[in-house]
Ligand binder design. Structure first.
Ligand code: NAP
Length: 265
């Protein structure tokens, strides 16, 4: 039996075990998948302990994605580009880091028939999740990405590092087709303090999912968002890509979408 886990803090509400176990059942691949609470600064220890127990791979979530990037001894191209890792594989002493967040978001937007080509985006956040999604969004042909971050200097440094002329800091009065909340604010029951008019006519998408995403999505609707989505679909799709990294086959996600929509509501 192959062992997998998700590391993060907080982690008790993660749906990743349910998703991976269900994919395994559907595809006849036996596996175990557990949650491990790992505070910032202790990922290396947690990974070594898990490898010693026979662990084959792990997902990494808030606040550990940049720590996982530093810990990996090999990186895939998409992880190097993101400078953040959400999927680790352990084999023959190698810790391989990958990032499936961007592919997960794009798969979910495609599922909901959201067009990215030519779209004007506001991305809130400059942490691991934001870094993971930016490359695939730019590749999808978006027209412009405005980056807002609580710590504005971090957004400015990130924009300079990516070096794509389509990215810039916020300008008052700008309007957007899609507003992505890639901050951890919802996990702390907060709404990022952006101007109310950014939501007018836009799709508001919170990468967080379930009840914690509700205040942000309600706030967006109140301020004119045309439609709202939480990050459950992205979670399922990034898990499907991580499953493919570990097992060589990408599961169909429709069954898990139906199964979990009720549980995360
Ligand atoms: P992270 O690396 O810890 O980054 C956190 C980001 O949130 C930073 O930009 C931080 O700003 C900002 N932030 C934190 N608290 C805030 C607040 N109260 N108000 C405004 N901004 C705040 O976390 P992450 O890995 O990027 O994750 C971010 C979110 O994405 C989480 O909600 C996570 O659950 C979600 N996520 C979902 C999926 C999915 O599959 N659905 C995948 C990945 C991530 P500063 O730079 O100022 O600290």
């Amino acid at each position: 039996m192959n062992h997998y886990a998700v590391f993060g803090y907080p982690i008790q509400h993660s749906l990743s075990p349910r998703i991976h176990e269900q994919f395994g059942r559907e595809l006849g691949i036996p596996l175990t998948y557990e949650r491990r609470a790992v505070p910032a600064g202790s990922l290396a220890q947690a990974v070594q302990a898990f490898i010693a127990e026979g662990g084959r791979g792990a997902n990494v979530t808030v606040p550990l994605k940049t720590e996982a990037y530093a810990l990996a001894t090999e990186l895939t191209l998409r992880a190097r580009r993101a400078q953040a890792v959400n999927t680790l594989s352990f084999e023959d002493g190698v810790i391989r880091g990958d990032n499936t967040d961007g592919e997960g978001l794009l798969a979910d937007l495609a599922y909901h028939a959201v067009a990215l080509s030519g779209a004007r985006l506001l991305v809130m956040g400059a942490g691991g999740a934001a870094q993971g999604i930016i490359g695939p969004l730019l590749d999808a042909g978006v027209a412009h990405v405005t980056v807002w971050n609580r710590t504005a200097s971090r957004a400015a440094e990130w924009i300079a590092r990516v070096g794509d002329a389509r990215m810039s800091l916020p300008v008052a009065g700008d309007s957007y087709d899609i507003v992505l909340n890639a901050t951890a604010a919802s996990l702390g029951h907060a709404v990022p303090p952006v101007p109310d008019d950014v939501f007018r006519g836009a799709l508001a998408y919170d990468l967080a999912y379930g009840p914690v995403a509700r205040p942000f999505l309600a706030h967006a609707r109140t301020h004119g968002a045309q439609s709202v989505l939480d990050g459950l679909g992205m979670l399922i799709e990034q898990a499907a890509t991580a499953f493919c990294v570990w097992h060589g086959v990408r599961p169909d996600t429709s069954g898990v979408r139906v199964l979990l929509r009720g549980e995360a509501a």
